[in-house]
Design a protein around this ligand. Structure first.
Ligand SMILES: [Fe+2]
Length: 189
């Protein structure tokens, strides 16, 4: 599907990637995912829920992507602001690119169906961390960003992860877990 401007949809974070080539590869990965997806209408894609695993309560894939990126950046900034000597260097370009791309595989994992959404054939065969790595590898993203995509969820448990992947993982679960708990009735309001 043409006509979706990821340069605009991924603001403000996409412009905060300093490396121009990395920025272009992030956008190319989103476009390639959309081209391979089941979306034919812009509105269908813009309303896509960020997960089918729990009630999203209206939170879209794009909102989630931006919130997780902001959360991961916040976690990095918190350490840089308050540690006299940060224990490890955090690459902000890599962190933002990884945050934006961590769920890019969901564009091919979830498809529109009868006015709603369902898991696609692609999604039945592989979860989004795997399809996301394939999409990003094809566009030439560096291995450290592939680690953010491939190892941000349960696929990454017990596997070597970059510090950027750990921050994205934590920001991701901070947005996901409260929704699951609400659904189970275990979130105290
Ligand atoms: Fe996510």
């Amino acid at each position: 599907m043409k006509g979706i401007l990821f340069e605009e949809l991924l603001q403000p974070w996409i412009d905060r990637i300093k490396d121009e080539s990395l920025r272009e590869k992030v956008i190319a990965t989103f476009q390639s995912a959309l081209d391979k997806s089941g979306y034919t209408k812009e509105a269908q894609f813009l309303k896509m829920p960020f997960t089918l695993l729990t009630n999203c309560r209206g939170i879209t894939f794009l909102e989630h992507t931006l919130a997780v990126t902001a959360g991961a950046v916040g976690l990095a900034q918190a350490q840089m602001a308050h540690y006299k000597k940060p224990p490890c260097e955090i690459d902000m370009d890599r962190l933002i690119a990884g945050g934006l791309l961590h769920d890019v595989g969901k564009i091919v994992e979830i498809e529109p169906f009868k006015g709603g959404y369902r898991k696609s054939r692609n999604g039945m065969c592989m979860r989004h961390p795997i399809s996301g790595v394939a999409l990003a590898y094809e566009q030439g993203l560096p291995p450290e960003v592939l680690n953010c995509i491939g190892c941000h969820a349960k696929e990454g448990e017990g596997r070597p992860q970059t510090v950027e992947t750990i921050l994205i993982h934590q920001a991701d679960y901070a947005t996901f877990d409260p929704l699951v708990m609400m659904e189970k009735g275990s979130l105290i309001s």
